[in-house]
Write a protein that binds this ligand. Structure first.
Ligand code: SAM
Length: 222
């Protein structure tokens, strides 16, 4: 494989640290995980550009800065059990796996899951449990989670995901009316029934499609 570590280090310094990402664990993990292994063949040379890239099935690997921002906001820490909804290429799950104890990840496209599993195997990342499914239901059998990242935009925070947080747990999710315009929302579970919400700014994500998200084609479920 190409040695792109020089470009990876530069990406971390300019796109991440240079824009205010401060969490040492996040910066180190993004210095470690080779993003070029998670893009479509032929796109490796663009892996450290400042934007999303295609990964097949009409989906994208998110911009490195957004991945770092979401993981930092979710306060992913050593020892944590984390869930990612919308694993796509597996890149964000791989980054979190360098920090957390275990990463559970769900992706609705079987072809993307197959490629991501292959990448995790090749890189020797053994603490990621990736499954095909509708992540808006969460993963009740593995809950509760210290942090949940949702990498696709929904109409609101799915109830199942809120309820699968530990007390003190954080969810970071793009929420908005659809059409690729969302606000990045962080909700922290403060008690059994209470959540504190914070708006982290404007983002643009592909739609979260599922039982507690959008219906295929973009309409909200009744
Ligand atoms: N985090 C990914 C990465 O690092 O490559 C990028 C994810 S991409 C922006 C969003 C992904 O969410 C897509 O692969 C899409 O298929 C997936 N997705 C959308 N709705 C989903 C759902 N209900 N459950 C699981 N995955 C979903």
């Amino acid at each position: 494989m190409l040695d792109l570590s020089r470009f990876r280090n530069r990406m971390v310094e300019t796109q991440l640290a240079g824009r205010g990402i401060r969490d040492r664990n996040v910066l180190d993990a993004m210095r470690e995980v080779p993003r070029e292994a998670f893009v479509e063949p032929g796109f490796e040379e663009f892996a450290y550009e400042d934007g999303p890239l295609p990964i097949g099935a009409g989906q994208t690997i998110s911009q490195p800065y957004i991945v770092a921002l979401m993981i930092e906001a979710a306060e992913v820490k050593p020892g944590n059990r984390v869930l990612e909804v919308g694993a796509g290429s597996g890149y964000a799950a791989a980054v979190m796996s360098r920090i957390a104890k275990t990463v559970y990840a769900i992706e609705r496209h079987p072809s993307l899951v197959e490629s991501a599993q292959h990448r995790f195997g090749r890189l020797g990342y053994g603490n990621i449990d990736l499954r095909v499914g509708d992540g808006t239901r969460g993963l009740p059998e593995a809950a509760p989670f210290d942090a949940i990242l949702v990498a696709a935009g929904g109409p609101d925070v799915p109830r199942a995901l809120r309820e699968q947080l530990t007390i003190g747990g954080r969810i970071v999710i793009p929420v908005g009316p659809g059409g690729g315009h969302q606000r990045l929302l962080k909700a922290t579970r403060t008690t059994e029934t209470d959540y504190e919400e914070e708006d982290l700014g404007a983002v643009s994500f592909v739609p979260l499609i599922g039982e507690q998200g959008w219906a295929e084609g973009g309409r909200r479920r009744a």
